[in-house]
Design a protein around this ligand. Structure first.
Ligand code: XLS
Ligand code: NI
Ligand code: NI
Length: 439
């Protein structure tokens, strides 16, 4: 039985193809800088958006047409949905998926029943992984949908809620391990505040850190070898989320002695909500050796919330791939399409169009990035821009051989600083456009 009878396996047909259900750039086996595209990207499908998204918004209910749904949130439906998900991923040709515990299995009347539901669906997930070879990039726990998490999970004012969240995460880590998950993600769903009038920020941050330490201890205890990741986001649903951006997360991890245990999972739309470009966030994390994985999507510049659209912008994908090539890859992390089709794109085939577009945009970005690196012009321009640091007084300062007094005598003798040279921004932008044309 097929859930997508109108779609067969998506093939690579090359840049001149006009077939909307074919790849024009993503060619899994094609080598770029000696590595296949498949290995570079480690693409993942996000179960919550692709399998559970209904297209509902504050002005109207879901209208997505999903013929396989029977209208219930039963375990049986969840098991059928697993089959749908794997048929979709097989046809698309992605190697990984990601889920929250509550996306794959329904929440029960209490923790025990929720765990049992999850166990039943995990059997089905394991079978499909076995059948297809598709792997779990990361698992996570939904600590934000249930009303018990109204004040947050590990940062809740209610200690029982902290305990419940801990038990839920314990189970989610176990299940991730059982399914061979390569990472485990912590996105601080409601870990933040709506108003400081009722909030003890210091206490909440201490609790957040405590929660991570408990998770790290348990990871060690059960021998889960996957990588722990924290996903920054500045706002939504709370007005201020504690994991604001890469810099705030790095500071938090260092302050609480957690930086050896967690890396960052960066999401494009979260970067832009924080007032940064994704490139900024990527460089902050990567230069600290803390870039672990990417949630690939994009926002809408005209809307101030997390629209989670599929990435199609070649400047964006090129910049992401430049950083990834520079740091030598992302494994065990990957590129997870934390993205959803628009409410208006309600047919199942739209899920294919969306992912194909994202994969092609990344493939093209990879080719552009590889061209930029092969020619070396951009790197040379940056290198030259800092040439004054390679010798003379610059080298002396960098090596720590110059005090304020030394620098004063140097400048008193010289009289004035050497002339500055132009930043050439427009020339560089034109050069980037040339690479995009070439690739
Ligand atoms: C929400 C987050 C979420 C995480 C997983 O904005 O992006 O989807 O990736 O909990
Ligand atoms: Ni995300
Ligand atoms: Ni998001």
């Amino acid at each position: 039985m097929s859930f997508f009878p109108e779609v067969s396996k998506i093939q690579y047909e090359g840049p001149s193809s006009k077939n909307p259900l074919a790849f024009r750039h993503y060619n899994a086996a094609e080598l770029v800088e000696g590595k296949s595209m498949r290995e570079h990207f480690r693409f993942a499908v996000a179960y919550w958006h692709t399998m559970r998204g209904t297209g509902g918004d504050p002005f109207g209910p879901g209208c997505a047409v999903r013929p396989w749904e029977d209208g219930t949130d039963s375990v049986e439906m969840a098991v059928t949905r697993v089959k749908v998900a794997f048929e979709f991923m097989e046809k698309l040709g992605v190697d990984f998926y990601c889920f929250h515990d509550r996306d794959v299995a329904p929440e029960g009347k209490d923790l025990r029943e929720s765990n049992a539901n999850l166990d039943r669906v995990v059997v089905a997930l394991a079978e499909e992984q076995e059948r297809t070879g598709i792997k779990l990039l990361w698992g996570t726990a939904n600590l934000f949908s249930n009303p018990r998490y109204v004040h947050g999970a590990s940062t809740s004012c209610n200690a029982d809620v902290f305990a419940y969240a801990s038990a839920q995460v314990k189970k989610a880590i176990e299940v991730t391990k059982q399914l061979g998950g390569e990472n485990y993600v912590f996105w601080g769903g409601r870990e933040g505040y709506m108003t400081l009038l009722n909030t003890d920020m210091k206490r909440e941050l201490d609790h957040l850190a405590k929660f991570f330490h408990l998770a790290v201890d348990y990871k060690k205890k059960i021998g889960f070898a996957g990588q722990f990741l924290i996903e920054p986001k500045p706002k939504e649903p709370t007005s201020h989320q504690y994991d604001f951006d890469a810099a705030a997360c790095l500071n938090f991890l260092r302050q609480y002695g957690l930086n050896d245990h967690l890396k960052l999972n960066l999401e494009t739309n979260h970067a832009t909500l924080a007032g940064h470009s994704m490139l900024h966030e990527m460089i902050v994390a990567s230069s600290a050796g803390m870039l672990g994985s990417v949630d690939a999507n994009r926002g809408d510049l005209m809307l101030g919330w997390d629209t989670d659209q599929f990435p199609t912008d070649l400047y964006l994908t090129t910049s992401i791939m430049l950083v990834l090539l520079e740091q030598g890859g992302l494994a065990p992390g990957g590129l997870n399409f934390d993205a959803k089709v628009r409410r208006e794109s309600f047919e199942p085939v739209d899920l294919f169009h969306a992912h194909i577009g994202g994969m092609d945009a990344f493939a093209r970005g990879l080719k552009v990035a590889a061209k930029i690196r092969a020619e070396g012009t951009m790197k040379d321009i940056i290198k030259k821009r800092y040439a004054s640091w390679d010798a003379g007084i610059g080298a002396k300062i960098e090596k720590g051989g110059a005090s304020f007094e030394d620098l004063e005598s140097y400048m008193l003798a010289k009289g004035n600083a050497d002339k500055n040279v132009s930043g050439r921004q427009e020339m560089l932008e034109n050069l980037l456009n040339r690479y995009i044309e070439l690739a």
